[in-house]
Design a protein around this ligand. Structure first.
Ligand code: CTP
Length: 418
């Protein structure tokens, strides 16, 4: 997992209650700390039966809290729970045991964790983890419903093997999923794209030649996925139209799977309603076989094989038409991978595709573009601005792009108000 900028400097409160999954919370505390967050951990009495305060102290480098009578460190004579609750940017209880969930739903203040939950001034997330039967029990479900109604975000437990050996829904989600939920909640709290909807395309399209083979390209989808994650970090609602297999989508993104350019165009248009910004990071085929063979093409005695190709559907061209008719997203961003004369081709594409921003890169450079972690972008804006960005990690490219989109959307809002 790379270090997400959104976690840097954030004060996170991690409440750990008594479930066998408590050991996984040590990994979570470690990953959050590695991401630059200040992680304060509260352990319930039962949690201490499963894991030690020392383990959390070692991975967070901070004192761990267990005692509701502990004095705070702010010199104001406050006891710790007030200070912990007041100072946090976000609180996650993971694992949340049935007992802790019941305590919180009833508003009890009989241990440091429940006491602190009553002092919180920040969003509270709870990841329940318990045996499947306990999770499904009406008492637990009613308690969760009560907490939800009060604005607590409940992270659904995962399905799978339980400590009891039975299968059920009650497993603590993996660390990456919990980190993703935290990022999303932090973004929604203070991100520059709060309340915005973004549609992002990612990956390379595949056009069938026959039932076995396809015409494709080298796009890995990394840049598109990084954009979707950066948009979530900035608080946006994100839909990702993706051709990519085997890569976990960012937590919180709605994912639409496509394969061909025609599907990419159709899904883009279907999901355009209410979208503030469209980012077409996908490498979409320009040509496809005029007719895919229904049976596998046999080698036979052929020495050469000519395949007639026809123009593939162009998603951005369809979006441009909609914008001409006065609908469509306020901001449309395209990508261009060029192998020669980048500035001229990019400037032409910006106009031809009626884009607000075009991010171009030279694919002849080994450290930029397809299948590598980094990209060297030249940004072209509709107002004539040209920015040469240094070699950046694709996540950093995505963050810079989000800053541009936030500025363009804000400028659009103020023009609309005039
Ligand atoms: N694009 C698209 N549909 C296509 C081809 C491209 O929506 N059938 C989008 C890409 O996602 C990208 C932008 O258009 O954001 C530019 O893609 P590119 O292939 O560079 O542009 P083309 O117009 O195909 O120009 P050329 O291939 O001739 O350089």
């Amino acid at each position: 997992m790379s270090s997400p900028a959104i976690l840097a400097g954030k004060r996170l409160l991690l409440g750990v209650s008594g479930s066998v999954a408590a050991y996984k919370a040590v990994d979570l505390a470690s990953k959050l700390t590695q991401g630059g967050a200040e992680v304060s951990v509260i352990l319930s009495e039962s949690a201490q039966r499963f894991v030690t305060a020392l383990a959390f102290q070692a991975v967070t480098g901070r004192a761990v809290h267990t005692d509701m009578w502990e004095l705070g460190s702010d010199g104001r004579g406050h006891i710790a729970h007030i200070e912990l609750g007041e100072n946090a940017d976000l609180c996650l209880i993971a694992p949340g045991s049935a007992q802790t969930i019941a305590r919180l739903a009833a508003g009890f203040a009989d241990n440091l964790l429940s006491l602190t939950a009553l002092s919180l001034r920040c969003p509270l997330l709870i990841a329940p983890a318990m045996d499947g039967g306990m999770y499904e029990h009406p008492a637990t479900q009613a308690n969760l419903a009560t907490l939800r109604a009060r604005g607590v975000q409940i992270i659904a437990p995962a399905m799978g093997r339980m400590a009891s050996g039975l299968r059920g829904q009650g497993r603590l989600p993996e660390t990456a999923a919990l980190v993703g939920e935290i990022r999303r909640a932090l973004g929604r709290q203070s991100g520059a794209l709060r309340g915005r909807r973004l549609l992002v395309s990612a990956g390379g399209t595949r056009e069938a030649l026959d039932p076995v083979r396809y015409l494709g390209n080298r796009s890995s989808g990394r840049q598109g996925y990084a954009i979707a994650q950066a948009a979530l970090d900035a608080g946006a609602e994100v839909t990702l139209i993706s051709t990519v297999e085997g890569r976990d989508a960012p937590v919180g993104a709605g994912v639409i799977r496509v394969e061909t350019a025609a599907e990419m165009r159709a899904e883009t248009l279907t999901h355009l309603a209410g979208v503030d910004a469209l980012i077409m990071a996908a490498a979409v085929a320009d040509f496809r076989p005029a007719a895919a063979a229904s049976q596998k093409i046999k080698r036979g005695t052929l020495e050469t094989l000519a395949l007639p190709l026809e123009r593939a559907a162009d998603a951005l061209a369809a979006v441009a038409e909609r914008r001409e008719q006065g609908s469509g997203p306020a901001v449309v961003v395209g990508f261009a991978a060029e192998s020669e004369d980048l500035r001229r081709h990019a400037a032409e594409k910006l106009v031809a595709k009626r884009l607000d921003l075009l991010l171009a890169n030279d694919i002849t450079e080994a450290d930029a573009g397809f299948a590598v972690e980094t990209n060297r972008i030249t940004l072209f804006a509709k107002d004539g601005t040209v920015e040469e960005w240094p070699l950046l990690h694709k996540e950093a490219v995505a963050q810079r792009l989000m800053a541009w989109i936030a500025t363009l959307l804000a400028a659009g809002d103020s023009t609309a108000e005039e």
